[in-house]
Every structure is written in C-alpha cells, then in structure tokens.
Design a protein around this ligand. Sequence first.
Ligand code: PRX
Length: 651
Amino acid sequence: MSSPGSQSIQSVLKETRTFAPPATFSAQAHISSRQQYEAMWKKAKDDPAGFWGEMAENLDWFRRWDTVLQGQMPETKWFSGAKINASYNCVDRHLKGSRRNKAAIIWEGEPGDTRVLRYQDLHREVCRFANVLKQLGVQLGDRVTLYMPMIPELTIAMLACARIGAVHSIIFGGFSADAVADRNNDAQAKVVVTADGGWRRGKEVPLKAAVDASLDRSPTVEKVVVVRRTGGEVDMVPDRDFWWHELMQGVPAECDAVQLDSEHPLFILYTSGSTGKPKGVMHTTAGYLLGTTMTSRWVFDLKEEDTYWCTADIGWITGHSYICYGPLSNGATVMMYEGAPNWPDEGRFWELIEKYRVSIFYTAPTAIRAFIKWGNHWPEKYDLSSLRLLGSVGEPINPEAWMWYHRVIGQERCPIVDTWWQTETGSIMVSPLPGVTPTKPGSCCHPLPGVVPDIVTRTGQSLGANEGGLLVMRQPWPSMLRTLYGDHERFKKTYFSEVAGCYFAGDGARHDEDGYLWVMGRVDDVLNVSGHRLSTMEVESALVAHPQVAEAAVVGFPHEIKGEGICCFVTLKSGEGDDGLKVELTQHVRQAIGALATPDQVRFATALPKTRSGKIMRRLLRDIAAGRESTQDTTTLEDLSILAKLRSDEE
Ligand code: PRX
C-alpha cells in the first residue's frame, strides 16, 4: 500500500454482514451495554487522569501516585510518585485468597508432557529465580536477554526480572544467532537465559548453540543460564554457563518484590521498522501493566473460571501482554503450549481445547488460514463446546477467514474480537467488546476507552467516512512505548513527526459510515509475514552482505497462508544467477535473521527498476512479485527493458 499525500487511499473491501453478541454473553459480560462503553470512552477522552486514576484501583500499589498523567505526547509520564511492582501484581497479590491454589499456568510441551503451576508454585519459582539472578550479579535496571522455548521457565524468568527491577529483552526463538548478537549488543545485556533447545514439529530447535554462536560478538554478556528442556548435547563454558536446575537448588523461595517507580523500565522488545536496524521498543511498569490488565478484562471478558489460551509465542508482544502480564495480573488460568499446531497432526490445537476445556482462544489470521487449508475434519473431530470467546490479532483478517472461524470454531456461538494493536501500543487499542459490539467480519470495530484514534492525511486533516488515510492517535494512553532503547531521537522521529501532535502507527485505515474502523495494512516499508513484522530493509541488508550480491530490493506480495510473502529482487556483482544461488541466498537470509524471514521468491535481474533520480520503484516491483499487470506510470523508469527481464524471471 502506498502512503497518501493530501489524498485519501482507495479502499476496495466492502463488507455488510453484522453479528450481534449473543444476549446470554452480554448479560454476563464485564462491559455489557453500549451505554456503558460510551460513558467509559467519553470519560476517558474528556478526563484521562480521572478515568485512569479510577482504573488504577485495580492494581496493587506500594505507594499511591501524586499525579496520574504528566506532560504531552511523546514525553508523557503516568502515575508519577507511585511505587509498584509488576511481578507482585501478577503473582503475590493472588496468594491472599482462594487463587492461592488456582492454576496460573497449564502447560503442555509438544511431545505431550504437561505441567501445572498454581499461583503458589509460580510465586515460589519466580522468587527463586529472582534470587538466582541477583546471585549472578543482576542489578536494578540491568538488561537480561531471554531466548527460550515456550516453557513455564520463560514466564518465570520474565516475572523474576520484573521482581528485582531488571529489564527483560525477549528474543523470539526463531531468530538467528546474528539477530541475537545484534539485540544483545543494542541492549547491552548482562545475562542471557536460554535452553538447550525447544521442540518444534518433532525436531529440536538448538537454542544454546545459537547463543554460543552469538556470544563472541556480545561482549557485554557475562553469564548464561540454560534450562534443560530437550536433553540435547550442549557445550557448557565453565564460569560462564550454568544449568538452571543447578542454580535453583537451595535458593530461598522468598524474594521481596522491589518497590519500583511507575516509569521504571519493564522490558525492551525489538521490532522491525522501516530501516535495517530493529527498534528496541521500551515499556515501563505501571502504565503497561494497567493497560494490559484492563484490556484483558474488557476484551477477553476474563472471569475467574475461564481457561484462557493465547497461541502466540511469548517472544512477540502478544505473548508478553496476553500470556504473561495481562491475564496473570487478573489472576487467570493461562494455557501455554510449546509447539506447532500441526504436530503430531493438524488436530493438535483442537485436541488441547477439548482436553483442557479452554474457554477463550486467541490466535492469528495466518494460523486460521492454515486451519482452513488443513480441512474442517480436524476441528470436527473434537469437542469445542467449552469455547465462549475467540480472538484474532496480528494482521487484518480477511472476511472469509473470519466467517470460517465464526462457523467452524465458534460454532456461531462465540463472539470474535479482532484486536488491533502494536508492539509500541503495549495493549489492545481497537477491538470489539464481546458483550456489546455487533461485529463486521474484517473490521476491528471501535477504540477502547482511553484510545482516541483518527484517520488523517499526511498534513493531519481528518478524513470522512470511507476515505482511507493514516491511522493516528490523538491522545496518550498508559501502555504506550516510552522510547526506543538508546535512541530517543528515532522514537520521536518515527512516531511523532509524521503527523503533528499525534502518534503515527504506520498503518493505513478507514472508518465506514457506521464508524467502524478497518485497518488496511502498513504504509511504510514494513512487511507483515504470518503476523510478524519484518522490515524490507533488514532483508535487503542481509542480502547485500552476501559476497555475490550487488544490490537488492525486497517487497511483499499476497500469500495465501502467510498474508504477505517475501520477494527479493537481486542484482549480482558478476555472472548470472541460477537455482543453486537462489537456494544459497535464501539460506543466507535465514541465517542472518531467522527462519521467519525466509524469502519465498528470489529473482535475479541485471538492474533494478529505478526512476531517473535513482529511487527504486517499489510499487512496480510489488506488482511484478504479485504477478499483476502494473498500473504504475513507468515513464520515469530509466531503462524500460528491465521490466520485461524481471517479469520473465518467474519462480
Ligand atoms: O499492521 C498492523 C498489524 O500488525 C502491526 C503491528 O505488529 P506488531 O507490533 O508485531 O504487533 C502484532 C501484535 C499486536 C500493526 O501495525 N496488525 C496487528 N493487529 C491487527 C493488525 N492489522 C489489522 N488488524 C489487526 N487486528
């Protein structure tokens, strides 16, 4: 999608079906009527400090705030003067009553092994690991990298960091050693917590080996803690590498949660922007915790008796906010699964829902499209009657996938919440409320209380119904990012300079005539591959690092399952490319970034299409990658014969 200047973006999607929430659902929901929602939204807009001050009563504070909100975007501070701890809120406060023996985490490994941690157990493990971190020399504000499979130790490590005021930086296990080194260095991480490996489709993902490969380029890392998960062979370097289970032996099971300032950094999470260098999105304690706590309640309607399952990996923001902090702060029972949805067969997710009687299920459109492809007979084999609410996140959900989710998984009984948000926003921003909003397939519907979006032109003019433009936020919200780690200038420039006075999300969107919001996709050079953000520039820099590559341009194209696929146009320093080199370049990108960045197409060209001023004509390349006739004006193209050559190098 291209970005609008003073004009609006053309939208082609028209969807008229609506689905009202079942009356039985509305009757029991936390937010149960349109009037209630509208009153909350209006109060939050007109009096943010009053509204969020009231909401903050839902958290436990060591000391109350002096002011709820200080400053203007982007330099806002929430709950100044207060003292709080996220780990205390997610664990300790639940030990006072009947939740003490409630399951906090119900975990299943890919091979079928299981563990249940009650809130008491979680408390004990978090305290012990917090003490371990302290023994390893981790102090207030130090950064700790977590590069782990989806095992309970990951949540334990997060909450242990939060407990002592250390800042976790989680790196998704699908990233490569190079990506780990880059992130360790940017964050200046002191300790890395990893595992020997994790299970994925029956194979071991060797995490410790990747950490080893990253460490000769991560000079700040002093210690490595390794969880024994797969039992695979690993090298342990004396005095640097330690087994988790050995360190945990004999460590006290009590560790006071440190009383932290509201704006104390909670975590850094790297995400892709429109340059080659990932951005270290930084979230702070009180505002982030409040945002995730309230949205978990409003959007997922979390109740004491729910079994809630979010299928994301904790390595992404969805896992941070809606596997760990949001649901645990609410004292929920959280399901956690280590492996792939198609292992040992395509029925695994539905089997898990039946087995644990999952009531709330939150997944991504890319997964839904894969389920559709695998066939209805998989979900039909299992009893899904425990489900009462479904969620979607990560990319626009196409109406047909929405309808399938509604019919086959929700059995026309469960409301669907299509949640729009970002790593930067920390918590869900725009979403239906399951007891209130009549949903339209493909629309994320309305802003939550405290969220004041607008759709504007580049010059900041608000657009009318069905005029596509840039999605911005006009008011600050508690869980917004506070900076990009080590680069506050980039933070201001990326998010607050595009449209004066607003937070710029990087997405294009429109409102329809009923005021429903439709997200149309990114307007910058960010790809959304299987719901994961990747910068075209990151893939380009990986390609040009290969000795034979002269120049590369990377674009997205529509992909049946992934939503967007990666197409690389490459010119070589000399000679002609062949299939062998295509495979080599594909592997090269995987190694530089990780499996999630694996190119779907590599095409060789003698030159890239450029304007006379030397700008690569990306829109033209997008048309070629998608196999579309281009409507792009090519009169500015320097060498017209390039076009024919590019088209002829089809996959
Ligand atoms: O383009 C939007 C898309 O994902 C981007 C944010 O990616 P990330 O920071 O990795 O966070 C993903 C999980 C919150 C957004 O800029 N996106 C996310 N959710 C939706 C969406 N696009 C449309 N509809 C959604 N529900």
